[in-house]
Design a protein around this ligand. Structure first.
Ligand SMILES: Cc1ncc(COP(=O)(O)O)c(C=O)c1O
Length: 402
């Protein structure tokens, strides 16, 4: 047996070494030991303060450690950490009721789970149950998660390969090309699933008529339309959901999947479904031990209430406009793509290099599978002062490189 010490004193200096030694590789990490957070700021163990325009993979929607969310979690923790769906709970009732209140009609039923990939797996399963068909159309450039069915639905870069052997019955169509989808949408198709704004692919949004056309096609052929709003949901576009919004031609899908910002950092996923879909689901068809647990439910309610009380949707709209104006004349910025706080800056320079340079200036941004697109997924409470500082730093980074 190897002599592994587990009593290492993890001071700020050796945290990185200990993690690297004992944790499997996942993402390429930034050289930050995160210690605490507040709003759009992340504080590192070495005393540095970072402007966080990435939110830990778009999770920190309400900002880091929003006081209202923290208070709700403390209160719930004192009462009951967890009980499964075998019992009723006021925390769960409140979260479900609140979600139904903000969801576009007729999506008034919810299935709670724990992550985005699990939400998508269950959404596809429900579509198969409702239609008694098997196959699913998704889109090149879309990302839907890393579990078997979701990764098989992901036609982006190397991801699908990583999920071999893939679940059969997945076909990919071209994002934005309605005619191509029409060709594939035969009587074997249970669902069409899409990220309405393809984030990881470099923040790609389609024309409104694409979404309208998908809705019409699904209605015509009895196909379930699923919006993967794991990134676009919970206020990120300046609306509660992309579903029902102007850039999406007001289209409402049959199922919306959510995760990421829904729990402000407490793992939680959800499928919002119509009554019609719900009518096909019987007891024991769906399940998960942790989904609907009290801590997650307290986080959901507090997250949605904090977004409302702090008027974050209006803030997203106003600050997006300010950011777009400030970047309009910035040399090296070709285009600002996306909506609200899901933005892709198409740059003349390599996004990875700009990301690194900004990190040295204590600003956290994201990259994407498009090498020239820098992604911003900041907390919904990002304010104009921080944006101005970011734009100043970005301009100086791009100038140094031109
Ligand atoms: C659009 C989208 N769908 C699904 C997922 C998977 O979510 P999770 O990592 O919570 O399983 C992600 C994660 O990045 C995502 O961006």
């Amino acid at each position: 047996m190897s002599q592994v010490r587990t009593d290492l004193n993890t001071t700020a200096r050796d945290v990185k070494a200990v993690e690297d030694r004992f944790q499997l590789a996942t993402y390429k990490k930034m050289p930050i030991v995160a210690e605490r957070g507040s709003g759009v700021w992340l504080f590192a163990a070495d005393g540095k303060k970072y402007l966080d325009l990435y939110g830990g993979h778009a999770v920190a929607g309400t900002g880091h450690s929003h006081p209202q969310v923290v208070a709700a979690l403390r209160e719930q923790a004192d009462k009951l950490l967890f009980y499964s769906n075998l019992v009723y709970s006021d925390a769960r009732a409140r979260a479900a009721e609140k979600l139904a209140a903000i969801s576009p009609a007729p999506l008034t039923k919810v299935f709670f789970c724990n992550s985005g990939t699990e939400a998508n797996e269950n959404a596809m399963r429900m579509a198969r149950m409702a239609t008694e068909r098997q196959n699913v159309i998704t889109f090149t450039g879309g990302f839907h998660g890393r579990t078997a069915d979701a990764i098989s639905a992901t036609f982006l870069g190397k991801y699908r390969e990583l999920g071999k052997p893939n679940v059969p019955g997945h076909v990919a169509s071209e994002f934005g090309d309605l005619e191509a989808v029409r060709q594939l949408a035969d009587e074997s198709i249970a669902a069409i699933m899409l990220e309405p704004i393809q984030s990881m692919a470099g923040v790609r949004i389609a024309e409104p008529q694409f979404y309208r056309g998908l809705r019409e096609l699904c209605d015509e052929r009895g196909i379930i339309l699923i919006y993967d709003e794991v990134q676009t949901g919970v206020g990120r576009t300046g609306e509660w959901f992309f579903a029902g919004s102007d850039p999406g031609a007001g289209v409402i899908p049959d199922i919306i999947t959510l995760a990421k910002a829904l729990g402000s950092g407490i793992p939680v996923g959800a499928c919002l479904v119509s009554q019609e879909i719900a009518s096909h689901i019987k007891e024991n068809d769906l399940g998960t031990t942790f989904g609907g647990g009290m801590m997650a439910m307290a986080a959901v309610t507090a997250t949605l209430e904090a977004i409302e009380q702090d008027q974050m949707l209006a803030n997203v709209k106003a600050v997006e406009e300010h950011l777009r104006d400030a970047l309009e004349s910035a040399p090296g910025v070709i285009e600002v793509r996306g909506k609200g706080f899901l933005l892709g800056l198409q740059l003349t320079e390599k996004a990875a290099e700009v990301h690194r340079a900004l990190l040295e200036k204590q600003i956290i941004t994201g990259t994407s599978s498009d090498p020239h697109v820098l992604r911003l997924l900041p907390p919904l409470c990002l304010h104009v002062d921080a944006v101005d500082w970011f734009v100043e730093q970005l301009r100086s980074v791009l100038k140094e490189r031109s």
